[in-house]
Design a protein around this ligand. Structure first.
Ligand code: MF3
Ligand code: CO
Length: 287
């Protein structure tokens, strides 16, 4: 690409006034041996606009769940709410059929870390905590976010875990800036979790998103500050740490192949934001 060509991103600006300075700056980091994003991880203005529409629907689905979730309901009821609301609004629930996942949403209760499968037999009880993880495809573009819900009055122990998990995600968000690194986000999250006596799940993490459900990079929440991929305007990924009150160890349900449980049976909480790195900071697309 020559400096006076129109930029590859379709902005209509010349390359020299658009992505050329960004790519020159990336090159300097690459020469220092850092992990840097390839061009295909930088979303174009047109892609960003379309992904934002998908993300807005994803947030509306979560709002719909929030307005209805209550004790006595089954997790299959949550699945129906997500499926019906998403499809009525022109979207497709991304989990449905994804690598064989059988339902439209992940519902993870209490000691379940993630990837819980909605079921008619799982009835929400007063005192439960549950993560509802919603992912949406709209016009071919992907979005993903999850919230924790408390069913009625929950224990002090559960309250504290959810509060600290919210703080972890907010601190991770505050650490996300262009020309920083993914490890800055991880370190902010891991330090706060540890300071509160909790642990962050390793091996399962966040991901790039937008054109596909799961894109590069893998986003760890346990890596050191300054490590991992350079953050560049146009990158999109999820901040979705799983915080355990006890050990970070987990195991996967042998029968369904999906549901992840804490090894020590302790509580686990997760909150997921999908974000865009901008020229001067970070923007939340869905939460
Ligand atoms: N939203 C989950 C994630 O972060 C989806 C897991 S895949 C599924 O990436 F098939 F279980 F939905
Ligand atoms: Co995700």
């Amino acid at each position: 690409m020559e400096r006076n060509d129109f930029c590859w991103c379709g902005s209509g600006k010349k390359y020299k006034k658009c992505h050329m300075p960004i790519e020159e700056r990336i090159k300097l980091h690459e020469e220092k041996g850092e992990i840097v994003p390839t061009r295909d991880l930088l979303k174009t203005p047109e892609q960003i606009e379309k992904i934002k529409k998908s993300a807005a629907l994803n947030t509306a689905v979560l709002d719909e769940v929030a307005s209805k979730i209550c004790a006595g309901m089954s997790t299959a009821d949550i699945d129906r709410i997500v499926h019906d609301f998403t499809t009525k609004n022109g979207g497709i629930p991304a989990p449905l059929g994804y690598q064989g996942f059988p339902k439209s949403v992940c519902t993870s209760l209490n000691n379940e870390v993630c990837h819980g499968i909605p079921d008619e037999g799982i009835i929400l009880q007063e005192g439960d905590i549950i993560n509802v993880d919603v992912s949406t495809i709209l016009d071919g573009y992907y979005s993903d976010a999850s919230r924790m819900f408390k069913i009625g009055k929950v224990s002090e122990r559960a309250e504290r875990l959810i509060r600290v998990t919210e703080e972890c995600v907010e601190l991770g968000l505050a650490a996300a800036k262009p020309w920083g690194h993914l490890g800055d986000i991880a370190d902010a999250i891991n330090s706060h979790a540890k300071a509160n006596g909790y642990s962050v799940v390793e091996d399962i993490g966040g991901h790039g998103i937008g054109l596909e459900f799961h894109e590069e990079p893998f986003v760890s929440y346990v890596t050191p500050k300054g490590s991992e991929m350079l953050l560049v305007p146009g990158m999109m990924f999820t901040i979705e740490p799983m915080i355990n009150e006890g050990s970070p160890d987990f195991f996967v349900d042998e029968d369904n192949g999906w549901t992840v449980y804490t090894e020590d049976d302790g509580l686990s909480a997760q909150i997921e934001y999908m974000v865009l790195i901008t020229n001067d900071g970070v923007e939340i697309l869905t939460k």
